[in-house]
Write a protein that binds this ligand. Sequence first.
Ligand SMILES: *Cc1c(COP(=O)(O)O)cnc(C)c1O
Length: 223
Amino acid sequence: MGIKENVRMILSEIPPNVTVVAAAKTRSIEEIVESVEAGIEHIGENYVQEAWKVASALKGLCKLHMIGHLQRNKVRRAVEIFDMIQSVDSLKLAMEIDKRAGAIGKTMPVLIEINSGREPQKSGVMPEQLFTLLDQLSALKNIKIEGLMTMGPVLESPEKLRPYFRLTRRLFEEAMKYSGGNIEMKWLSMGMSDSYLIAIEEGANMVRIGTKIYGPRAYEIHK
Ligand SMILES: *Cc1c(COP(=O)(O)O)cnc(C)c1O
């Protein structure tokens, strides 16, 4: 099956309230355009430089999401091109985004990435640190906190991810109590090619799908 068929199949099987972000790392502009023509409205990128090329090729045709780990020295360019940054996991990073967004008169929508597997080497805030971080971020005027994102651990079967999705959903609901000011919990971003249906069952309303849209990646990059 081609990219267009894949997109149509995925869009037809998920509930209408779920937003698909096509995870486009390593894909060519042609492949990305094909997915957009088939109905994809949100593209996710892991690297600012790769995203920059996509942004200039697509020019407003669809929304761009930063889904990879964001280095602080890339924030200035990131706030220029992304419509959402899904991988905020520290006060320092959020403060840099706030500063750079303010400098160009933009309010940057962000998600907080949760390290739902509590894996030391992975990015994301530990679940118990979320609420402290939310308190700290509530003072930043040029970012808008719109939800949570999680990857979950790499496991042999997607069914095993369910507890991690469930934990993140519980945090999302708890975080809704913090709504007001720059916090409006709308998006729960979880689930990838092999796990998005499970993630949706557990409450995701945003899924990030790469392989199942574009096929296997010719090479893997570290995440
Ligand atoms: C690559 C990637 C995905 C999609 O992975 P697939 O298994 O190809 O669907 C989702 N989220 C993030 C953060 C990614 O880097």
